[in-house]
Write a protein of this length. Structure first.
Length: 501
């Protein structure tokens, strides 16, 4: 599908505000999205500001009280979300094309994984609510009241909280939006979703699809905005829950601002500096597994396995295999089939990644692969960074400690399991890690010693949507997924009946 059949690159007024079931233009300055592989202009739109955000919250607040969505049966809401999931699947080529176009992620991945995963998210939470995961719980006990014996029947309900504010980053906006919007809507809330400037196009399509699915106007609202729009969303007391995915500095600022308005802490999914721990008994599949964990999406992922911790006995052989495999990957336009490594999202981000590479050189890390931008035929106007590997990296180096969010892998040898665990835990982050060993029981023991919310054994980013997703330390607070999301977006209420004997 040619992206020009979806987006008019000559349009200067792409709608970027969806409220009350219709698209509109916010009042802020213009912003232009640029094709990350070619430098072509994709589209231009107006940026949402604090005024637009406040208006969207007003719409969502009124819809929560008046639309009937919160009071609808769980089966009605589940039905609408199932319909939305079906529409997502029916439009996955269009949505995947938009997602790839703006982010630099591979077209094959966005169509084949991200768009389908967005549908799965709505489907899973619809089935969870419709199937009874949110059904009231009844507790019975014999007791006494005013010196009279009797029976107490206590019913525990989980009620929608009201308006939910969701702020999503630019790296996987379609998948991440659905991951948080789906449970918030499933339990009866209304939503204001704030999208990033660099990559809003695919998610903006959700507004139209929500209308087709029968979600009432005002229940789901979208604004493409900058820092001002996000701050206004967090600061509005009518917003009862805040869910943020993004950087550590912004997450910490949101945590402080949130505490001034509401006692419920925000759900924060922040950065990562994941360890790939490879033991000497690991299968050779670990070479491709490690490569996939860092080169996938050009390293623009919070769960990227950006620190390779490699046992000394296999170091030389493993590194040679890894470098040979990395060199074999095809770098090019992410919108073309056969490409395996695409561009990073913007020229500004490419320059930041290159600054981190130069910093690592200055620290004494040894560059053993890549480390340059790609300016060959067809790539001169794109944001291409050659997959980069640094060896002889030690824990005190910034390149070991700081998230690059690009195709940069550091390598550090270790002697034994205790050494590996110490190295894995030697950063402020604690989102995810990977352990590679043929002894699964041993690997689980190592995994439980790692300070991370998620650890994959002999795999990477294999997801059960019912499982908790989130991190510890500077990687965030709270968990998304399954019952954890449903609980966060609701408030429990107990109603007790006492019947004397």
């Amino acid at each position: 599908m040619d992206w020009r059949t979806i987006v008019d690159p000559m349009a200067y007024h792409t709608p970027s505000f969806f409220r009350e079931g219709v698209y509109a233009h916010p009042s802020g300055e213009r912003f232009t999205i640029v094709h990350p592989a070619t430098g072509e202009r994709v589209c231009t739109f107006h940026v949402g500001d604090a005024h637009n955000t406040t208006f969207a919250v007003s719409v969502a607040d009124r819809a929560f009280r008046e639309s009937g969505w919160a009071k609808a049966s769980r089966f009605e809401r589940a039905g609408a979300l199932i319909k939305l999931a079906q529409l997502l699947r029916a439009n996955k080529e269009r949505l995947g094309t938009l997602e790839a176009l703006q982010t630099g992620k591979l077209l094959s991945e966005c169509v084949g994984h991200d768009a389908d995963r967005a549908a799965q998210n709505f489907e899973m939470f619809a089935k969870a609510v419709g199937g009874g995961d949110l059904k009231e719980e009844v507790l019975e006990q014999e007791t006494a009241f005013l010196d009279r014996k009797g029976r107490a029947s206590t019913t525990v309900y989980r009620n929608a909280v009201g308006v939910v504010g969701i702020i999503i980053p630019w790296n996987s906006p379609l998948m991440l939006s659905s991951w948080h919007v789906a449970p918030a809507l499933a339990v009866g809330n209304t939503v204001v979703l704030k999208l990033p400037l660099w990559a809003p196009l695919a998610v903006l399509e959700l507004g139209k699809l929500a209308n087709e699915a029968g979600i009432p106007p005002g229940v789901f609202n979208i604004i493409v905005g900058d820092k001002e729009a996000g701050e206004a969303l967090v600061a509005d007391p009518r917003v009862k829950r805040i869910s943020f995915t993004g950087s550590v500095p912004v997450g910490k600022a949101i945590n402080v601002a949130n505490a001034k308005v509401r006692l419920t802490p925000p759900m924060l999914e922040l950065g990562g500096k994941g360890a790939n721990i490879v033991f000497s008994d690991a299968s050779l599949d670990a070479v491709k597994g490690v490569a996939r964990s860092i080169w996938r999406s050009q390293g623009q992922s919070c769960v990227a396995g950006s620190r390779l911790l490699l046992q000394e006995g296999i170091y030389d052989d493993f590194m040679q295999r890894l470098k040979d495999y990395t060199a074999s990957l095809r770098i090019g336009n992410h919108m073309e089939h056969g490409t395996e490594i695409g561009p990073v999202i913007t020229r500004k981000h490419r320059d930041r990644v290159m600054e981190m590479i130069e910093m690592a050189k200055g620290e004494g890390a040894r560059l053993s692969h890549g480390g340059t931008v790609l300016v060959g035929e067809g790539c001169a106007n794109g944001n291409f960074v050659v997959p980069t590997i640094f060896e002889e990296v030690t824990p005190e180096m910034r390149i070991f400690q700081e998230e690059v969010f690009g195709p940069v892998l550091t390598v550090t040898p270790f002697a034994d399991a205790n050494d590996a665990i110490t190295l894995a835990n030697a950063t402020p982050f604690g989102l995810s890690s990977n352990v590679w060993s043929s002894d699964v029981g041993f690997a689980h023991g190592v995994a439980q010693s790692i300070e991370a919310g998620m650890v994959w054994v002999n795999s990477h980013f294999v997801r059960d949507l019912r499982a908790p997703f989130g991190g510890v330390k500077d990687s965030g607070t709270g968990r998304a997924g399954g019952k954890w999301s449903l609980e966060y977006f609701t408030e429990p209420q107990m109603i007790c009946d006492f019947v004397p004997n």
